[in-house]
Design a protein around this ligand. Structure first.
Ligand code: NAG
Ligand code: NAG
Length: 808
């Protein structure tokens, strides 16, 4: 078709030329030419002279030229009557888009001053190329644009006219579009892109096209433009979570602020359409308390400490929303892992604080309940008690334990227990709780009182004071209170003859033993008896111990001279010593004994007085009287020796005897000698005799008086008991005579007994005056005088003792 067109236009050009020349000739007064634009300078346009009817001669004589018009470009000149182009003629420049482009000027015949108008029509040629300005274009289209949507393309410029102007557009570079060219009213073609295939920015955000505009000239010219089509984002992508469900497992002790989990959603859009905000979709108040969602980062942050025991699982729903409002949801599951963070709990549901020590094995003391809020192994709890205790922890149902006694208990060994019950769980590290159960053992009377020694020995000097404390013993009872309260008593049967109760008394509380009466060593050297200790339990327990009381000798007996026997009938024994006896001759031997023992009975002899000093010696310990030298004639026939026998007591006691030695060779000598010897009266013994008689008389009087008095009193108190008033006979007796209050009490007690026992018999076992002899008598008497009260007491007690004095 283009070929045809060209051919057609060419034909039309020739035709035009012919028509123009023809027209020129026919138009009177006006010469008209038609030329195409862009002809070379000097190109022939037309023969003006000829067309004006001038010949050669006229032309040269008259002259023909173009009348110049001021301010206009002279495109033509007339040369020899021929019109030629003098300047480049661009139709588009001169006439623009107007269809008819005619240049008008006048030619003048100079000599005739004749003006002729000339018109030159400039015809268009295809001298301009279609052109886009600018060459690069950017067009935008939304990715959501519908199929068939149109996008106006830029127009190319081609100032040529008609077919020489733009006739068609083509493009290359994209299959998404087709081109639609449309003719506007003014005949200008404009091109549009029509969307043929859906766009996806995410797939291909840019489409580069090359648009070509082609005119209808011959040859055709074309121009191109670079068109970049930018696909605009639309929020056509929903955000998508990377996981349909997020799972997080955390320990229950993670700190506040810890990021539990991070959710992420991806949106392929761009800009605001890919800006994602995370939110919890539906959240319970409970979960909202614990978790916080960072809306920009998707971090799930712990707000509050977790507790496995409160909840072990949390389910959250998260939503991601992009800037365009599209959203996706996902689930988050948070598993809480148990930690051994709870101590076992021990509760004592039942407890006894005290049990009797003789409770049977298996007695329940306490019931405990143990619990642990942890789960699994962390919640498995074991209970234990120290192994060295006589208790056992028995597991009963579930988590209950009972604490029972496991072996016999003894309060005396351990009076109380603090049983530490420990509950330990199986966690790592294990946690433990403990509680203390205090148990008091109550006493049972299971221990008899026990004496500290297996047997006791004690000593007392004879002639002790009445009520004197002898010794004290103690029995211990490890029991408690009444069960440990010991009472002492003396058991009868230890000694044969006298009842013990008259000799000894024991304070039942203190265990102090008192002598009721003075002991006499010469009567008993030792007393054996049993003391019993009994506690106050029910039934009571008792034990006894044997006691040996040794009575120690006192020098209370003076030596007793057996030979020579003291004079009974006034005559004295006589010893013979031959005059011819050699020195060292044994004349006689003084024999004495002492009822005491030991040192108190160790006798020594000495010559106290001798008629002829130095004639005799006496063995210090033998008592043998020997001659010291040969007898001389001047020595008296009858020698009298006073021998003193002294014991070794402290103080010593002594006795003396007079030994008469006759120096004679034979008995007849002696007899003759004796006749001449009159026994000199001993003035001292006479005095003693009188004194004794006097004292006996006075004593008899006094005793009679007292008997009368006693008889009166006895009648008055006939019916009253002896023991009613202990002070009866002691009004005048100073208490200081006794050892102490205990002694007094013991004394009184035994005294009452003693009186009842002795009133009938009128006979005392302990006769003080037994020690009496001639030397002791004076002491006794002076003693009685010095301590009258003592004497009265003696009289009151043992009235029969008065016989003693009578004897002496
Ligand atoms: C979310 O995290 C970012 C980055 O860590 C932080 O700047 C922002 O303050 C957080 N937002 C909230 C609400 O905590
Ligand atoms: C038991 O514990 C209490 C209180 O700590 C204490 O006073 C008592 O002496 C303890 N008893 C024993 C037998 O340890």
């Amino acid at each position: 078709m283009g070929k045809n067109q060209n051919l057609w236009s060419c034909k039309r050009g020739i035709l035009q030329c012919l028509i123009m020349v023809f027209v020129c000739k026919t138009a009177a007064g006006q010469i008209r030419y038609s030329i195409p634009e862009e002809m070379q300078k000097g190109s022939f346009v037309g023969n003006v002279a000829k067309d004006l009817g001038m010949d050669r001669k006229q032309l040269s004589s008259h002259g023909l030229r173009i009348v110049p018009s001021i301010g206009r470009i002279q495109y033509f000149i007339v040369n020899n009557g021929r019109l030629q182009i003098s300047e480049r003629i661009d139709r588009e420049e001169i006439c623009g888009e107007s269809e008819n482009c005619i240049l008008k000027f006048q030619v003048i015949i100079e000599s005739k001053l004749q003006l002729f108008g000339v018109e030159v029509e400039i015809t268009d040629i295809n001298d301009n190329t279609p052109q886009f300005l600018p060459v690069e274009w950017k067009l935008k289209i939304s990715e959501t644009a519908a199929l068939g949507d149109r996008l106006l393309l830029p127009k190319a410029q081609d100032p040529d006219l008609g077919v020489n102007s733009i006739q068609s557009y083509q493009f290359t570079g994209s299959s998404h579009f087709s081109l639609h060219v449309q003719m506007e009213e003014n005949g200008i073609r404009c091109a549009e892109l029509v969307l043929e295939k859906g766009l996806d920015r995410e797939d291909q955000p840019l489409h580069d096209l090359v648009l070509t505009a082609t005119d209808g000239g011959d040859p055709a010219r074309s121009g191109t433009a670079q068109i970049r089509i930018i696909v605009l984002d639309a929020n056509d992508n929903v955000p998508v979570f990377t996981q349909p469900i997020y799972e997080a497992s955390v320990l229950e002790n993670i700190p506040k602020g810890f990021t539990v989990c991070t959710v992420q959603a991806i949106d392929k859009d761009e800009g605001i359409n890919r800006e994602i905000k995370y939110t919890f979709q539906k959240i319970t108040d409970k979960n909202a308390k614990f978790f916080l969602l960072n809306s920009t980062t998707g971090e799930i942050i712990l707000k509050e400490s977790l507790d496995y025991e409160a909840s072990s699982l949390y389910q959250l729903e998260v939503q991601a929303t992009d800037g365009g409002g599209l959203s996706d949801t996902s689930k988050v599951v948070v598993f809480v892992q148990d930690l051994n963070d709870n101590m076992p709990e021990l509760a004592v549901t039942f407890v006894i604080n005290s049990i009797p020590e003789n409770s049977p094995t298996g007695t329940v003391i306490a019931i405990l309940n143990v619990q642990d809020r942890d789960s699994g192994v962390n919640g498995e709890v074991k209970c234990s008690i120290p192994s060295n205790l006589p208790f056992q922890l028995k597991k009963s149902i579930d988590n209950f334990y009972s604490l029972v006694t496991d072996s016999p208990l003894d309060r005396e060994q351990v009076p109380a227990y603090n049983v530490t019950v420990t509950a330990t769980d199986n966690g790592t590290p294990p946690l433990l709780t403990s509680t203390i159960i205090s148990l008091q053992l109550l006493d049972a009377n299971d221990n008899p009182p026990l004496f500290t020694e297996s047997s006791y020995m004690s000593y007392i000097l004879e002639n002790n004071l009445r009520g004197a404390s002898i010794f004290s013993l103690k029995a211990n009872d490890p029991d408690w209170e009444e069960n440990a309260k010991v009472a002492y008593s003396i058991m009868e049967g230890g000694m044969k003859s006298p009842p013990l109760s008259s000799h000894l008394s024991i304070n039942s509380e203190s265990g102090a033993v008192y002598a009721l009466n003075p002991f006499d060593y010469e009567e008993f050297q030792e007393i054996q008896f049993l003391i019993r200790a009994q506690d106050g339990g029910s039934p009571p327990l008792s034990s006894s111990v044997s006691v040996t009381l040794f009575i120690l000798d006192q020098n209370d007996n003076a030596p007793e001279i057996l030979y020579p026997s003291p004079p009974t009938d006034g005559s004295t024994g006589v010893e013979l010593a031959p005059r011819s006896s050699e020195p060292g001759y044994l004349v006689t031997k003084v024999v004495a004994v002492d009822a005491d023992s030991g040192q108190n009975a160790w006798l020594s002899y000495q010559l106290l007085k001798a008629t002829e000093p130095g004639l005799f010696t006496i063995g210090l310990h033998t008592g043998e009287i020997r001659t010291a030298r040969p007898f001389l004639d001047k020595d008296a026939l009858k020698q009298s020796l006073v021998v003193l026998v002294k014991d070794n007591g402290q103080p010593p006691l002594s006795a003396s005897v007079t030994v008469t030695v006759v120096l004679a060779d034979s008995i007849p000598d002696v007899l003759t000698d004796l006749s001449s010897i009159s026994t000199p009266a001993d003035p001292q013994s006479d005095l003693t005799f009188y004194l004794v008689v006097a004292v006996a008389f006075v004593s008899c009087l006094f005793f009679t008086f007292l008997l009368v008095l006693l008889a009166l009193r006895l009648r008055r108190w006939k019916n009253s008991q002896f023991c009613d008033s202990g002070s009866l006979n002691f009004t005048g007796v100073p208490v200081s005579q006794f050892v102490g209050i205990d002694g007094v009490r013991a004394f009184l007690h035994s005294y009452c007994q003693g009186v009842s026992l002795t009133t009938d018999s009128r006979k005392s076992q302990f006769n003080i005056s037994k020690a009496n002899n001639s030397d002791m008598l004076t002491n006794q008497l002076t003693g009685d005088v010095k301590e009258p009260t003592h004497a009265i007491e003696d009289l009151n007690l043992n009235s029969g003792d008065l016989i003693v004095i009578q004897v002496s």
